[in-house]
Design a protein. Structure first.
Lengths: 793, 444
């Protein structure tokens, strides 16, 4: 669209023709009040708050529906306009309860802000206000009808944004009311209810306190919280979530999750888990003291010193007695990149084994291998970012069900189709919900994806259309792995690819080399510079030969060949259905939040902090790197990072070779001083290091500072070398394409090593049962679910 | 069912077949029916539009938009199908003319719809009837069926190869707001009856997203007559820039209430005193609501005005939908204002804040005021509310509620003040039901 010139409040402005006046003004720093306008949703022109004076127009016009035109002359503030807005507010307030002192929205309410600005505090109505009792629509969504100003943001967010259409308007005129999709007559308890995805997007969009969050309501005032932007721990999509944190006796507690600043790549979006499922952190079953198995066979709380010393010494004994390759290490798909990196470095240089693996939820190894050295038609790497899904003109979705497994991916696909008319092609063995957005759908037989890939080679409507797309992004579900995945990648030689994985850092664990057959960045065990660097750091050269994979470790344990197993943030016993007896002759150390099926078998259990309680970085399924910030603090727990370092120390390893900290600032050597320096432990590591970096100071002050390891990652992991530290620290995502050269062909792993989490919207692996909210929502959905979602077709 | 009335001053064009049994298709044909449409097929769209333009016909739905011009706005080529939409939602209190039209001459609406279709290149027309007019649906449906039976509707109409036209009928669900053209389209598409954002206007993006001409039923029924008599001849019947004649529903305190067809520009005084026989029972005239309840009231000394769109606008009010409500001295303006706002409060679709909340607060305030609990500040508040609704709402319903309210409190302020002092005009006829009961949509 060509640019047009126009004048707003005397300022000469330019914007592309067709731009909405309200948006054009916003870009120029002129804020026009709006209740019903919401970027990206359909226009309403219902609230009449955005009225402005447009020269030559007979009456005030709405800036939210007017597009800029050449020569237009607009006034956005004048006594006439202020009066119009004031009158509108007076009308709203006439029936508004004005219970701001107890209202959740108080302090964050657009109606309050507008009233403050236009001074509509006087009321001249004698009649009583309409009152209605509040309604509980679901465990997470409550509705206070009298506070509703009928801006229809919730209705549109649910319908247009979520494609759920669970909310609508009932009645007309002053009896109009927002209503959920389960009528009282259809609900088991005869109350109106919501049968939906329980995402809370409607609550986030609500400008007032009419829709409130079941987990947050009446808990605190917004100004009493610290708001920390971090990344959701649940699925692999990497949504930014803002956690509201309040001080409590045992540290600080997360009381709210939302998406207020909208600065993440998830834009407006958060799903149920990202918004509400932080409550596992406060679960009473949370471990808060190290446990060591006693001679009576019971786990007993002991001091940190005792537990660490015991674990470190025992591990050393076993390594020295039975050899490094008798020890296995299992990493996590929820720990930070720094922790994952550190853990594999620990395995390879402290213990000296390649026996390291994690619960893989997608075949990133094949992805990295198959894409190595290839580029798109315009010479770009073929790793797709989450942002490609949001912007690309064409998307091919093969397998998977993003709506349930990767909700942000689903949101981005829907939004791209809706707002940019992107073409979506879906190939699936099920009628997944995204079929509704698809331009073409190719049904695939169950386990028939190989045949589908073959069909891409033949000339049928679907394959012809897909192959004609010049800028195609292919999103692949976990159905495709190994050779089939490689074949697919070869069949669409110019497309960009992404794999759907589960949990916040599955991709990170792969990229960081928590794998038995490659080093970080998928580098060779043999002959790479990293291999020799590790050799220098450890006691001996890193072994050339791949180590045991996760299942191999348990096979070895069953055969009596695994002397010790160190498990960090993972529950393989449950996830892989492994018989507990496999570990009966193995010394097991587990770091976890809860006494999981794996932790109960351990000899030492360390209570670990979760992703919301530490700083570092994570990489989502697409390779988008983001910062996680420490939001909450739990007394009695330690970050996995710190635990790995401390264990190495007790193992008798020179910690300085594990974490290169304190260079230039501190004297060499760290014994006796584990560097409780300001910043590292205070939960402000990230912010502190911004300051240090800005002042040209070395930010790595202690062996527990994850940024010391981030430096090393940046130095030695191909792809991560391009990251911009300041971008990361300011909370922006950066896309990482694993290096285009130097990759190795991996040995063909066992196919069953990739085990999708099979999570739904309301599950998150082992965390599910520790989140009362998820439990509540599952019960609610089971009782209210009729066929509302299906009938939205 | 209203009995037919007539008066020598009438000039009968659309009403010329009233009372002649023209619901019967053969009778209709005998009375020159379905000739105009055949002439239209022969002469083509450009000719039709030119005749319509020459006729000076302005929309009879209320806004008075020149019909020929409206038809010419429809793009010649369109990817999506084009539609003709007949607005028979007639719900404005005081308005009852389309009712008589459907009752006595449904084929003229059908024929007019076909002509509009030919003019814009549409093959489908919809006749949308007010929900409460369900009993008229039978008449209209029979007329449509008879036209199909004769081969006048359907494929190759009148035996002309490739000339197709279908008509679909639909009733509303009892909402005044769906008379507004874009809300009507929403309703017809099966959605909530709330208006759409304009632009785009219906001529470009209308029903199901296709270019659409929407006209009032009476507007449409004029088309066959115009094509038969010629646009210029039709124009000459009326006043300057206001071609032809129009149906006026004169109701209230007159001797001979009814629907009369009078030339545009005809004197309002004569309409009341000559045509409708003057004020009932020899009482004195107090006020006139000139064009349906949304038009600002005229006082007894303001009725020397010609009944056309421009003269009425000059007089500070509107010709509207042609429903003239005559109030004699026995009417309490306070009560009348309450009645009026109750209608608009009940009919506000609720989409936008000023109308939804404004009508509600005016109604609440007036209800208390009327019940004797008012004070002087209320009069100011009512005026303030109405002034702040004017021009600020999403669709004209908000104005339609504010305008008469403003008229009442401004022109009859002293009566409101006297009401406070207990000097009330006790009305013998109208009983106000307690608020909370829904007021009926429309009034006859
Ligand atoms: C609130 C409201 C109600 C209306 N109701 C009717 C109606 O019942 N019948 C009608 O013909 N036009 C009605 N109109 C006018 C229509 O929007 C539209 O202008 C008309 O159908 C156009 O036809 P015309 O050009 O033939 O007058 C209404 C307008 C508004 C704002
Ligand atoms: S919604 Fe806003 S104005 Fe209303 S009670 Fe809550 S804080 Fe106050
Ligand atoms: S919580 Fe339910 S109603 Fe609200 S936007 Fe999400 S799906 Fe829709
Ligand atoms: S509930 Fe909130 S978002 Fe929904 S219409 Fe009411 S005020 Fe708007
Ligand atoms: S003015 Fe607003 S609330 Fe009133 S009918 Fe029109 S759109 Fe609905
Ligand atoms: S923001 Fe424009 S009318 Fe609501």
């Amino acid at each position: 669209m060509p640019d047009v010139n126009f004048i707003v409040d005397g300022k000469k402005l330019t914007a592309p023709a067709g731009t909405l006046l309200i948006d054009a003004c916003k870009s120029a720093g002129i804020e026009i009040p709006a209740f019903c306008y919401y970027p990206g949703l359909s226009l309403q022109a219902a609230c009449r708050m955005c009225v402005v004076r447009i020269e030559k127009a007979p009456k005030l016009g709405t800036a939210c529906t007017t597009t800029v035109a050449e020569g237009m002359n607009v006034t956005t503030e004048s006594p006439e306009i202020a009066q119009a807005r004031k009158a509108t507010l007076q009308l709203l307030l006439g029936n508004h309860p004005l219970d701001c002192p107890v209202c959740d929205a108080g302090g964050e309410c657009e109606l309050q802000d507008m009233t403050f600005k236009y001074g509509a505090a006087d009321s001249f109505y004698a009649e009583p206000k309409n009152h209605r009792e509040e309604q509980k629509w679901s465990p997470v969504v409550y509705f206070d009808r009298p506070r509703c100003i009928l801006c229809y943001r919730c209705v549109r967010m649910c319908g247009e944004g979520m494609d759920i259409f669970a909310l609508g308007v009932q009645n007309r005129g002053s009896s109009s009311i927002i209503a959920p999709n389960v009528a009282p007559s259809e609900s088991p308890d005869h109350m109106a209810a919501l049968d939906c995805e329980q995402c809370g997007m409607c609550i986030d969009a609500c400008p007032v306190g009419a829709l409130t969050s079941g987990t947050y309501r009446y808990k605190t005032r917004p100004w009493e919280m610290n708001h920390v932007a971090t990344v959701c721990t649940h699925c692999g999509d990497g949504c930014k979530t803002t956690l509201g944190v309040r001080s409590v006796n045992e540290g600080s507690e997360i009381v709210r999750g939302d998406n207020r600043d909208k600065s993440g790549m998830n834009g407006d979006f958060l799903c149920n888990k990202g918004r509400y499922a932080f409550d596992f952190a406060n679960n009473i079953e949370r471990l808060s003291s190290p446990l060591v198995r006693q001679s009576d066979g019971k786990l007993k709380p002991v001091s940190w010193e005792e537990a660490l010393t015991f674990a470190g010494k025992k591990l050393r004994e076993l390594r020295d007695a039975k050899g490094a390759n008798s020890i296995g290490v299992i990493g996590s798909n929820r720990t930070t990149n720094e922790e994952s990196y550190l853990l594999q470095k620990f395995a390879r240089t402290v213990i000296g084994t390649n026996n390291i693996d994690h619960h893989r939820t997608a075949d990133f190894v094949t992805l990295a291998t198959a894409l190595q050295g290839t580029t798109t038609a315009d010479g770009k790497p073929r790793f797709a970012s989450q942002r490609c899904v949001e912007k690309s003109p064409a998307i091919l979705l093969i397998g998977g069900d993003p709506t349930n497994e990767a909700p942000l991916t689903a949101w981005n696909i829907r939004t791209n189709v809706r707002l940019n008319k992107a073409r979506l092609y879906v190939a699936n063995h099920q009628d997944i919900k995204l079929k509704r957005q698809a331009k073409a759908f190719a049904p695939v037989a169950e386990f028939g994806y190989a045949a589908f890939i073959d069909s891409l080679a033949s000339a049928n409507d679907f394959s012809t259309a897909v192959k004609a797309e010049e800028k195609l992004v292919v999103v692949v579900g976990n159905e495709l792995r190994g050779g089939e995945l490689a074949k697919l990648i070869a069949a669409l030689p110019h497309a960009k690819f992404a794999l759907l994985a589960d949990y916040a850092n599955s991709r990170g664990a792969s990229d960081m080399g928590v794998l038995p057959d490659v080093l970080p960045g998928y580098q060779s065990l043999k002959g790479s510079t990293l291999a020799s660097e590790y050799g220098a750091a450890g006691q001996s050269q890193v072994a050339d030969a791949p180590g045991l994979d996760l299942l191999g470790m348990f096979d070895a344990a069953s055969a009596g060949h695994l002397s010790a197993l160190y498990v960090v943030g993972s529950n393989p016993i449950k996830r892989f259905g492994i018989d507990a007896s496999a570990l009966k002759n193995t010394f097991v150390i587990v770091q976890d939040m809860f006494l999981t099926e794996t932790a109960v078998l351990a000899d030492v259990v360390f209570p670990a902090a979760n992703l919301y309680e530490k700083a570092g970085s994570v990489t989502n399924s697409y390779g988008d790197l983001q910062l996680v910030a420490k939001a909450a603090d739990k007394a009695g727990v330690r970050s996995d990072f710190e635990l790995i370092v401390r264990l190495a120390d007790k193992f008798g390893h020179d910690v300085k070779t594990l974490v290169p900290f304190g260079k230039g600032l501190r004297a060499a050597g760290m014994s006796g001083d584990m560097g409780q320096t300001r910043g590292a432990q205070s939960g402000e590591a990230d912010r502190h290091s911004v300051w240090l970096t800005a002042n040209n100071l070395e930010p790595k002050l202690s062996p527990f500072d994850p940024f010391a390891i981030l430096d090393e990652i940046q130095r030695v992991v191909p792809g991560y070398d391009k990251l911009l530290r300041l971008q990361l620290l300011s909370g922006n995502d950066q896309h990482i394409a694993p290096a285009a050269s130097g990759l190795v062909q991996i040995q063909t792993g066992r196919k069953d090593l990739v085990l999708p989490a099979a999570d739904t919207l309301f599950t998150s692996g082992s965390l599910t049962r520790f989140s009362p909210m998820l439990q509540d929502v599952q019960r609610h959905q089971a009782s209210e679910h009729t066929d509302h979602l299906a009938s939205a077709d | 069912m209203p009995t037919l009335v007539s008066h020598p001053d009438e000039v009968k064009v659309v009403s010329r077949r009233f009372g002649m049994g023209a619901t019967d298709i053969d009778k209709y044909i005998e009375l020159d029916g379905y000739k105009a449409v055949q002439k239209a097929i022969e002469n083509g769209p450009e000719w039709i539009v030119n005749e319509m333009k020459a006729s000076g016909l302005r929309g009879r739905g209320g806004a008075g938009f020149p019909t020929g011009m409206k038809w010419s706005f429809v793009p010649k080529v369109s990817e999506k199908p084009k539609y003709v939409l007949v607005n028979g939602d007639e719900s404005e209190p005081g308005t009852c003319k389309d009712h008589v039209l459907f009752l006595h001459d449904p084929h003229s609406v059908i024929e007019g719809t076909m002509i509009a279709g030919l003019a814009i290149g549409s093959k489908v027309g919809f006749i949308y009837l007010r929900g409460e007019y369900r009993y008229l649906l039978k008449i209209v449906e029979k007329a449509v069926a008879d036209a199909y039976a004769k081969g006048y509707l359907g494929k190759n109409i009148f035996g002309k190869e490739g000339v197709d036209f279908d008509i679909i009928t639909q009733t509303g669900a009892g909402a005044y707001e769906v008379g507004e053209e874009s809300a009507l389209m929403e309703s017809l598409e099966g959605k909530r009856g709330v208006p759409r954002i304009k632009p785009p206007f219906p001529a470009v993006v209308g029903l199901y997203g296709g270019p659409t001409v929407i006209n009032n039923a009476e507007t449409i029924a004029n088309a066959p007559h115009i094509l038969l008599m010629g646009g210029e001849a039709y124009a000459k019947l009326g006043s300057e820039r206001n071609g032809g004649t129009r149906l006026f529903g004169i109701s209230g305190h007159v001797e001979r209430p009814g629907v009369y067809e009078l030339p545009m520009g005809y004197s309002m005084r004569d309409a009341i005193y000559k045509v409708a026989g003057g004020i009932k029972d020899g009482k004195k005239l107090k006020a006139v609501v000139p064009g349906g309840s949304s038009c600002p009231v005229l006082k007894a000394d303001e009725i020397d005005v010609g009944l056309d769109f421009d003269q009425m606008a000059k007089a500070g009010t509107m010709l509207g939908s042609g429903g003239i409500v005559v109030l004699d001295e026995s009417v309490s303006i306070v009560e009348f204002a309450l009645r009026t706002i109750r209608f608009y409060q009940h009919e506000s679709c609720g989409w936008c804040i000023p109308c939804r909340e404004g009508t509600d607060w005016i109604k609440k305030t007036l209800t208390r005021f009327h019940a004797g609990g008012g004070n002087k500040k209320d009069i100011d508040n009512i005026q303030y509310l109405a002034e702040n609704m004017m021009g600020r709402t999403f669709c004209p319903l908000g104005d339609a509620a504010a305008m008469p309210t403003l008229g009442f409190v401004k022109k009859f302020r002293s009566e409101f003040e006297e009401y406070l002092e207990g000097k009330r005009v006790e009305h013998p006829l109208i009983q106000i039901t307690p608020i909370g009961e829904p007021a009926l949509a429309g009034a006859h």
